[in-house]
Design a protein around this ligand. Sequence first.
Ligand SMILES: [Zn+2]
Length: 274
Amino acid sequence: MRLLGRDEWGADPALPRRGHQIGASYRTEVIIHHTATVDGKGAPNEWGTLEAVKLRMRRLQTARPDLGLDVPYNMVAFCMRDGDLVVCEGRGLNRTGAHTRDRNRTALGIAFYGDFEAGPAPRYFDRQLRALASWLRTLRNELGFARLGYSRPADRQVWGHREIRSARTLCPGEALQDRLLQIRFIDEEDDTAMDRSTWKLVQKALQSQEPPLYAGKRIDGLPGGNTNIAVRAFERRVGLESRGVIGERNNPNASIWPATRELLFSTAAGVLGS
Ligand SMILES: [Zn+2]
């Protein structure tokens, strides 16, 4: 995978970078787009040269004046004919975007350049999606985007734009939507872990049990083996399916932990209130 900064693709310096600065730790989800509307139907999905890529990026700066004169996405990915993936800096990783209503603060909006509804999947698409995933993994594990993926669909780690409630769009197109499962950047162990606020609530509920023990050991409140066992047991006791999904497995709009949290609030309120 190759990254191209704004200087490298030749962003017009007369058009300032839009959006507001935002810290990496506020980013909780990845939303995948395609750029279809920019060139209309039938835009190609594979690119031969870096020059072609740079030209498209410069056009993107002014393509949607209604969204402000800048690339509306955080990053834009180009599937190259030789199998490489080129990822260009749009607003950048640390700026708010203009790609998805209500999610421009919390989401990293990443667009694939092309039309993946009308056009075919690129020849090396799977490899290119995995390259993107491995870059996201680095962001999450090493570059401060530690909460990336806290908000996600039940069976995947990234959202397609069309799955966002406020969106009325085919974006990111069928060929891309069908393959979003391949963009996996959260390690298995993390993948089954709760987000922090849910976890704290469960922990509180567990600690208020009499006696505040599980398997004969104190629940110490540290994220670790014993607390995790207790949490799993709690999930079984209140009838949660694995990973906290409550009968919503097939609903792409249902995030996992928010559903768990809702249940836990009522359960914990009962436990703590008594
Ligand atoms: Zn979109």
